[in-house]
Design a binder for this molecule. Structure first.
Ligand SMILES: Nc1ncnc2c1ncn2[C@@H]1O[C@H](COP(=O)(O)OP(=O)(O)OP(=O)(O)O)[C@@H](O)[C@H]1O
Length: 262
């Protein structure tokens, strides 16, 4: 029998939207009896279970709640109601460069980021060369990351995340920033992660990489689960507005090509 890796049970998350940025504007609005804030449901009654080793593609339109759900699974945010249970160590990349310190060098940031992800100094020492080789930022390794390009920043973050021994790997749009050779390397590495029996929770807008890498698709729609099931049907489901039915669009074709030439 398979072991359950992630349980998301009737989870809701609400954010408040502040309409006024300063206290003065807020007081003025209150005096005029205008609304000063509003609440917004980013996730609403979301439930599903993931067996250990399954690879999920989390898809949906911008603002549908994907990143919020990922933050709940990785534990950086708590749900307002319901519960999220995870088994084992969670690693991954939530926002590229999150936890990086601008004034520290790439090398120093690798150590700091690895520590945040739960790696000991000895473990980081052991894996350092692999991490640096994967990030491949060359001589920039010993310069402050504040001077890195956004792609280099992403490479460093991804490189640390994929070298942590974990049971659940979460990744948010990792393939969006890197150049083509790096994307190729990321897909190959994520396939290794998948094959090693680690549960993968992967946010993506690209049908090609989800097809290539996932066993199941969950589609969020305005904070609710709109679809949960096989990959091909999930990708077809995403074309529900009818605007791009039929042939895959150019982006998807490119994406398929990228996924197939790994
Ligand atoms: N801290 C916050 N405070 C207020 N609103 C928030 C906060 N974080 C997210 N939101 C809102 O919650 C909604 C869901 O955001 P989320 O980032 O989870 O969407 P997403 O599906 O990952 O979108 P994208 O595809 O654009 O990355 C959005 O409308 C966003 O503006």
């Amino acid at each position: 029998m398979s072991v359950t890796s992630i349980v998301v049970d009737d989870v809701s998350k609400q954010f408040s939207l502040q309409y006024h940025r300063t206290l003065k504007k807020m007081i003025m609005a209150k005096m005029r009896r205008q609304q000063i804030s509003d609440t917004f449901m980013a996730l609403e009654n979301v439930s599903f279970e993931v067996p250990q080793g399954q690879s999920i593609g989390l898809m949906g339109l911008n603002g549908s709640g994907k990143s919020t759900l990922l933050k709940l699974i990785s534990g950086v945010m708590k749900p307002d109601s319901g519960q999220v249970l995870t088994r084992g160590r969670v690693s991954g990349l939530i926002a590229t460069g999150a936890g990086f310190h601008q004034q520290l060098t790439g090398r120093e940031n690798i150590y700091m980021n690895a520590a945040i992800l739960g790696m000991s100094e000895a473990e980081t020492n052991e894996k350092f060369d692999d991490i640096a080789a994967f990030a491949d930022v060359g001589r920039f390794l010993d310069t402050p990351v504040g001077n890195y390009s956004s792609g280099m920043f992403a490479r460093l973050g991804f490189s640390v995340a994929v070298h942590v021994d974990c049971d659940i790997f979460v990744a948010d749009e990792v393939l969006a920033v890197g150049d083509r050779p790096f994307k190729r390397k990321c897909i190959a590495r994520m396939q290794e992660i998948r094959e090693s029996g680690i549960t993968m929770f992967y946010v993506s807008h690209s049908a090609g990489s989800v097809r290539r890498m996932c066993d199941r698709v969950i589609v969020l729609e305005k904070g609710r689960v709109g679809y949960d099931g096989p990959v091909d049907q999930g990708i077809r489901y995403l074309h529900y507005d009818g605007s791009d039915e039929g042939e895959p669009d150019a982006e998807e074709a490119l994406d398929e090509e990228l996924a197939s030439d790994i």
